[in-house]
Each structure stands twice: as C-alpha cells, then as structure tokens.
Design a protein around this ligand. Structure first.
Ligand SMILES: Nc1ncnc2c1ncn2[C@@H]1O[C@H](COP(=O)(O)OP(=O)(O)OC[C@H]2O[C@@H]([n+]3cccc(C(=O)O)c3)[C@H](O)[C@@H]2O)[C@@H](O)[C@H]1O
Ligand SMILES: Nc1ncnc2c1ncn2[C@@H]1O[C@H](COP(=O)(O)OP(=O)(O)OP(=O)(O)O)[C@@H](O)[C@H]1O
Ligand SMILES: [Mg+2]
Length: 260
C-alpha cells in the first residue's frame, strides 16, 4: 500500500467527517501505544493541534512508562493533554455492584475500557467535540476490542489499516522510538499482550486475513504461507463469533403489524 496516499486519505476523511458534522475538535484516549499515537498525529494534521485533546487514563496496574510515552506524544504534537486516573472509579464500581465474585481479569478489563469510553465522551460532550476511534482493521475484524468500550467511538480513521500497516504508517512520522518498538497491549491486566491473547503474531494474522477476505481458500492460504490450519481456524472462529461487534444491535421487526 502507498502509505503516503493512505495518510492523505485518512487526514482528508477526518476533516471531511468533522466538517459534515459541523464540529471542529476531537478527543483521543492516548494510552502510550501505537494505535492511539497514530490517530493523534493524523487528527492534528487534519484539525490542527489546538483542536485535539489527548487524555491518558492510567490505573494502578498501568506501568509508569506508558504515561511518559503518552506525554511525549502530546508534547511533540503540541496538543492539550490531561491525565485521568481511573482507579477510584473502577474501585467504586466494584464496591457498588453486589455479587461480583465470579468476575475475572477480562471482565474487569472490559469495565476499564468502558470507563475510559465514558471519560472521553464526558469531555467530548462538554467541549462539543467527537471521540476518535483508534481501532485498526485487524482488531475490528477479529473483534479484539471491548464492545462499547474502546469500540464506542464516533469515527474509526485507521479502521482500514491492518496492524502491520499501522506500524508502517507510524514509522513515517516523528513518533517516539519507544512507541514504535513496544509490544502491542490492551493493558487490561498486568503483562497482557495482544499476540499472547490472540495466539498468533500480527505479521501472520495480517498475511492470512487479507487473502482469505479476498476469497482465497483457507487451506490454500495455509499451504502457500506455511501457516498451520489450527491458527487459521482459530482466527476465523474469532472473526465469526465477534461478528455482532461490527453491526448495530438487531431490532425486533414489527412491520407485519403495520401493514393495514
Ligand atoms: N452473538 C452475539 N450477539 C450479540 N451480542 C453478543 C453476542 N455474543 C456476545 N455478545 C455480547 O458481547 C459481550 C462480549 O463482548 P465484550 O464485552 O467486548 O467482551 P469480549 O469480547 O469477551 O472481550 C473483549 C476482548 O477484547 C480485548 N480487548 C479489549 C479492549 C481493548 C483491547 C485492545 O487491543 O486494546 C482488546 C480483550 O482483551 C478481550 O479479549 C457479551 O457479554 C454479550 O453482551
Ligand atoms: N491508559 C489509557 N489511557 C488512555 N486511553 C487508553 C488507555 N488504554 C487504552 N486506551 C484507549 O483504548 C484504545 C485501545 O487500546 P489498544 O491497546 O488497542 O491501542 P494502543 O494502546 O493505542 O496501541 P497498541 O495496540 O499497540 O497497544 C487506545 O488506542 C486508547 O485510545
Ligand atoms: Mg495498548
């Protein structure tokens, strides 16, 4: 893919969509990871630094290096930056809800993602801005995001870039090396990494998804790229089971009652 052209299309998309909405500014959750950093860079190019607010939302388990990387992004871009620690909000949720003894780390992790979404919308409401999504094509296809958490956004500028392409585009920008080099992590629990969760490296996932979505048979892709069928089957299962995250909630149809 011509990354310069892809960047121009995305920058134009951000400007056009906000223009259509009559809104001039955006709010971005900046985690210290590469997806949100790239979206912040693209939003600044489209809207100007004065129209982008970055919010970092650590909790007690967030490594201190993340705040430094998030701050560095904001400083390089010259955007407003706030830090909202979500630990007390999380603790209040958990103290308030009865019968939660079965909650696991992923259940709590999804709550963290939904708290972050609520904070971003609070600022978007208050400032008359939109919430920028940071989902990439790989995450969206696999449903590797929290429904109405990091998936609860107003637009998805990098949603047609595979994760490996996110890296490629980011390398063209003045992005901190530490962000370019770190392992992708949802940061929902200590030590979590995307590739451990997904069981297959992003390089392989992206290599496999593209031809399969273009119509090439799974077995043929497996043989051609030397990727075990078990990996391909597991990715396809994720894609199928998470289809509900890529559509609007179904509505019970009452048309038959309105025919006369
Ligand atoms: N067929 C269906 N039709 C309609 N709705 C359906 C459904 N199946 C489940 N659901 C609903 O969906 C819920 C499950 O979805 P969800 O709540 O999203 O939860 P789930 O998909 O179980 O977990 C989210 C996954 O995304 C990962 N994640 C989250 C956040 C950020 C990142 C990152 O990379 O940064 C990654 C996280 O580690 C975890 O693996 C169910 O509780 C149910 O409410
Ligand atoms: N600590 C945080 N502070 C602010 N926003 C966060 C935080 N954690 C997650 N988010 C938001 O949730 C999004 C989804 O997280 P995800 O891990 O997929 O992206 P990333 O951290 O930007 O990149 P990477 O996947 O490489 O870690 C982030 O892009 C960011 O917008
Ligand atoms: Mg991350």
């Amino acid at each position: 893919m011509d990354m310069e052209k892809a960047k121009d299309i995305i920058v134009d998309f951000i400007g056009t969509k906000l223009g259509e909405a009559g809104i001039s500014g955006a709010v971005v959750g900046i985690s210290g990871g590469i997806d949100s950093a790239l979206v912040a860079y693209l939003a600044v190019e489209a809207l100007g630094a004065e129209n982008v607010l970055g919010i970092h939302m650590p909790e007690n388990a967030t490594p201190g290096s993340e705040v430094n990387d998030a701050k560095e992004v904001a400083e390089r871009l010259g955007i407003d930056f706030k830090i909202v620690n979500i630990s007390d909000i999380l603790a209040t949720y958990k103290d308030t809800m009865p019968d939660i003894s079965e909650a696991t780390a992923p259940v709590d992790g999804n709550l963290k993602a939904r708290i972050r979404m609520s904070v971003l919308y609070y600022y978007a409401n208050m400032l008359g801005r939109v919430v920028m999504g940071t989902g990439n094509k790989t995450e969206i296809l696999l449903g590797y995001f929290t429904k109405y958490g990091d998936g609860g956004v107003d637009l998805e500028p990098i949603g047609d870039l595979y994760k490996t392409e996110v890296r490629e585009m980011s390398e063209m920008l003045d992005m901190p090396e530490s962000i370019l080099n770190k392992a992708p992590s949802a940061g929902l629990w200590e030590g979590q990494t995307d590739e451990e969760d997904l069981g297959v490296p992003y390089e392989t996932i992206d290599k496999v998804l593209e031809p399969i979505l273009a119509g090439e048979g799974q077995e043929r892709v497996s043989a051609r790229l030397g990727v075990p069928m078990t990996d391909i089957t597991s990715l396809m299962k994720r894609l199928r089971l998470n289809m509900h995250k890529r559509t609007s909630p179904p509505i019970a149809d009452l048309d038959e009652l309105r025919e006369d």
